[in-house]
Design a protein. Structure first.
Length: 452
């Protein structure tokens, strides 16, 4: 597929990286020479240095013949203009990123017709929804749902007291209906086999039904939570959105710490539910102690300053907060967040890339999730076999190393398979895979050309 990405910021770079590794022909436009140089040195993509609001620059990037144009600069109005130009130049499909979708309120259809976008995405909305979903879950650091919610992928950190440590995976007494799809350990990521062992601090990607994954969490040593207390750092756009949504969740008490008196007063005036607004600095240790922040279940840092988010999360953890969540804007900081023990770093660029990938593959795949900063993907697709044989066992599929079928979904239920499990023509399969295997996996399940 010919894909043009307009904007080489964190979202654009990450998206170009994933799409180019999957074999798409990718061009990237950005006016910043330093960002363009980084792209040329790091990725196998065409780079055009120039102003994306100029038609000749877009044409030099192949926009007029592009199957898809993704517009992800940091300026909303620039993105809207580029979208209109790309549509008029002949791009088949366009995805428009906006930070603030309120620009379209009341006139969404008018803007869609005028600008010509197929999908509009707000990274602010995506981050807000992700953090709210994380707070709703008891212990999982990350949750992705598939097959209308019947199958989940959860990311969990193995604690030192877990009974799962230092045993071969094949010897673990896992609940029925749970499969370990991947293991992240420091900089490494792998799809394990039965001989691999787990260590304290490992992050597991588990596939299963919600009920069975809850059972696994209990075996792994997770506590049963009742009423929860959540502290939010920041009452900016994302912080306000999270506060509003969490106010509708029963059993959750929310406190928001905001240093700007105007923002704090505005949120307090509109607050509903069990929500309290505190004016102050969330990196002020005296304030955190005075407000007994250490007794909270979850601390969420949502400012646009990665360094302040890290400091605030570290202070909260040192005072006893069970789980810390931070928004991360700089890709180079991901490893630092892990080293500091911050439980979940939510990246707008990864969330945006997930949604765009679903759109790119919409003809072949029901949904896709990108995990571990692009180091793994989960595909929800329908098996289609040609020829007389309309079913295969898992072992007969010939899937590449570094991929595993995590679930088989039929109308009568969900099966977490083993090697002898049968995949039938028309079944939905949830496949956990390394990115370089995606095209080969699609070939396995799209059709058996030889009819073997």
């Amino acid at each position: 597929m010919n894909i043009a990405v307009i904007g080489a910021g964190e979202v654009g770079f990450h998206l170009a990286d994933i799409l180019s590794r999957e074999g798409h022909r990718v061009s990237v436009v950005d006016s910043d020479p330093s960002k363009s140089r980084r792209l040329m040195e790091s990725l196998d993509v065409q780079v055009v240095v120039g102003d994306g609001t100029r038609a000749e620059v877009l044409n030099s990037a192949g926009v007029s013949k592009a199957d898809l144009v993704v517009i992800v600069t940091n300026a909303d109005r620039t993105n809207m203009l580029v979208c209109a130009l790309a549509s008029r130049l002949g791009a088949k499909r366009t995805i428009l990123r906006l930070n603030d979708t309120r620009l379209l309120e009341g006139y969404h259809y008018f803007y869609k017709q005028t600008l010509g976008f197929d999908v509009v995405l707000s990274t602010q909305d995506l981050v807000g929804d992700e953090i709210v979903g994380t707070v709703r879950e008891n212990h999982a650091l990350e949750v992705e749902s598939f097959a209308d919610g019947r199958v989940q992928v959860r990311r969990l950190r193995i604690r030192e007291e877990s009974q799962l440590l230092e045993k071969p995976i094949k010897d673990l007494e896992l609940p029925r209906g749970v499969l370990i799809g991947g293991v992240s350990r420091g900089d490494s990521f792998n799809v394990p086999d039965g001989a691999d062992t787990l260590l304290a601090g490992d992050q597991l990607y588990l596939i299963g039904t919600s009920e069975n994954l809850d059972n696994f969490e209990r075996i792994a040593g997770a506590k049963v939570l009742g009423r929860r207390s959540v502290v939010l750092m920041g009452a900016g756009g994302i912080g306000r959105q999270i506060a509003r949504k969490l106010a509708d969740v029963s059993g959750v008490h929310i406190r928001v710490i905001e240093s700007d008196p105007v923002r704090a007063k505005a949120l307090a005036a509109e607050s509903v539910g069990d929500l309290m607004v505190l004016q102050g600095d969330a990196t002020d240790i005296d304030l955190l102690i005075e407000e007994r922040i250490g007794e909270s279940n979850v601390f969420v840092a949502t400012s646009g300053d990665d360094e302040r988010n890290m400091v605030a999360c570290q202070l909260a953890r040192s005072l006893g907060v069970e789980r810390t969540v931070a928004m991360v804007n700089k890709s180079s900081y991901r490893q630092i967040y892990d080293l500091l023990g911050i439980d979940l770093a939510i990246s707008p660029r990864v969330l945006c890339a997930n949604r765009i990938l679903r759109f790119v593959r919409s003809t072949a795949i029901e949904s896709v999730a990108v995990l571990g900063e692009g180091r793994a993907e989960v595909l929800d697709l329908q098996a289609r076999f040609r020829g007389k044989r309309k079913e295969r066992t898992i072992d007969q599929l010939g899937l590449p190393r570094g991929s595993v079928v995590g679930a088989i979904v039929r109308e009568d239920g969900v099966t977490i398979p083993h090697g002898d499990s049968v995949v039938r023509d028309g079944d939905h399969v949830i496949v956990f895979s390394l990115p370089e295997n995606v095209e080969e996996i699609l070939g396995v399940f799209r059709a058996d050309e030889e009819g073997n």
